[in-house]
Design a protein. Structure first.
Length: 159
């Protein structure tokens, strides 16, 4: 098995804004701020998905991408937050951007993001939930390989 390098993967991030935002995730990870890294990683994933939807809408005049983006915009204007909660499921079901493994990885990241970002105090020791360094690196690796450095648009053209 080839060793995974976050540093090398960062250079392959497709979207310029995602790359810039991901660098903050990496800084958190490198400094041992694992809760922050997971929380920020989720934000990077969501914005990268939206960016990919926008690209598909423009490049392919895709009506499904257009409809999803319109729904997101309408919910944001109404100050509704469920669009973010549902984006992975909506894009998976309606756009087929990612396979089942990626879908499950993203849902797991979302669940852990909620644990990291909301004040859930564990009963046994009164400490905030903190993912392990290994778990955080796993989330980072999956986000990079499954979404950020993946050429989803190329996959769509081939399908």
């Amino acid at each position: 098995m080839t060793p995974f390098s976050i540093e090398l993967a960062i250079e392959q991030i497709v979207d310029k804004n995602s790359k810039e935002n991901f660098l903050e995730v990496y800084k958190c990870y490198e400094n041992g701020c694992y809760r922050a890294a997971v929380g920020l990683l989720w934000s990077v994933v969501v914005t990268d998905i939206v960016s990919k939807l926008q690209k598909v809408e423009i490049d392919f005049n895709d009506s499904t991408a257009h409809k999803l983006l319109t729904e997101i915009k309408e919910k944001q204007e109404k100050k509704e937050t469920d669009w973010e909660k549902n984006i992975v499921e909506d894009v998976h079901k309606r756009m087929k951007f990612f396979d089942q493994d990626t879908y499950e990885n993203l849902l797991h990241l979302q669940k852990k993001r909620h644990l990291c970002s909301h004040p859930l105090i564990q009963e046994s020791d009164n400490k905030l939930y903190t993912p392990t360094p290994e778990e955080t690196k796993s989330f980072i690796r999956h986000a990079l390989e499954d979404l950020l450095i993946t050429r989803i648009l190329l996959k769509l053209m081939i399908s």
